[in-house]
Design a protein around this ligand. Sequence first.
Ligand code: F6R
Length: 361
Amino acid sequence: DKGGHRHFMAKEIFEQPVVLSDCLGHYAESETARLSEQLDFTCTDRMIFVACGTAYYACAVAKYWFEQIAGIPCDVDIASEFRYRQPPVSDRSVALFVSQSGETADTLAALRYVKDRVARVVSVVNVAGSSIARESDLALPILAGVEVGVASTKAFMNQLGALANLAILAGRQRGHIDEARAAELHETLRGMPGLINQALALESKIAAQTAELSEAASVLFLGRGAMFPLALEGALKLKEISYIHAEGYASGELKHGPIALIDKSVPVIVFAPKDALFEKTISNMQEVMARDGKVWLVTDAEGAAQAGEGTWSTLVMPKVDPILAPMLYAVAAQLIAYHTALHKGTDVDQPRNLAKSVTVE
Ligand code: F6R
């Protein structure tokens, strides 16, 4: 049942305010207190995040959160690399595996490798009772409901929701943030479903811009800080369902290579909420514009007022605490990919060559 939408992917994008509320409700006060008894980060020397694809990008966002909110050094690895590299790990580390299906072969193999080598094996899964959930010491559900679209949307959102909660828990346990900051972050999370609804209301604006985007042969996504992994996720979504070549880059890497690609035929989508790094990202954006690159700036009202002139397009998102902005800007990334794919006429829910669950390596 597509709930009145043309595709499962659209249904799942629009379900996000509700499923994220479910997830955040689950991790509210009492569950977090229970979790705090089962999982103690005070002596954790390192977090090791391992996953594939979109789940890997959720981990890459979580790295920024665990470093900034909890002060824990973090490694993020692609499961297929981690499992064969067999890196040395410490028995004071927490290994965290993120998987929608809970059956991804490489992620499961990576989990088995660390199993008796680290302090704790934690998984963040959508499918309860899956192999990854069963084989971890502690399985945290994301409660996104069944995800049918091959391109992950609501599972990504809820992975971020669960990981943000966990980062705040770790930050409190370690005294890296005070109670006031923890309360503020929880408040921002609680407001997120409402902000996501506001972002979903921008659908027609986004759709209008994708007709031209769908004619591009190649698209770049840029972001800094926690928006860098979101740029990677935006590029993955676009290539998966529209078959347009896309790459995500850290804004600061632009002049180290990819700027050579820029001409008037290459759209560059810039995720830049008005945060501490905004000016730096904008100066990268201006370098693109100086070379006739078509910039689609995704920012908030303050950012648009400061830098929204002269772009190919500027999308004004609601304002949100920058550290949690990847959750909100994910909606823009998803809608950009979805509407571009509609123009291309591709099979959005079942993109060619892809499977929902990758149980072989
Ligand atoms: C992208 C996508 C894939 C999965 C990846 C991991 O939209 O869905 O990249 O994220 O195959 O799958 P899980 O999360 O089931 O381990």
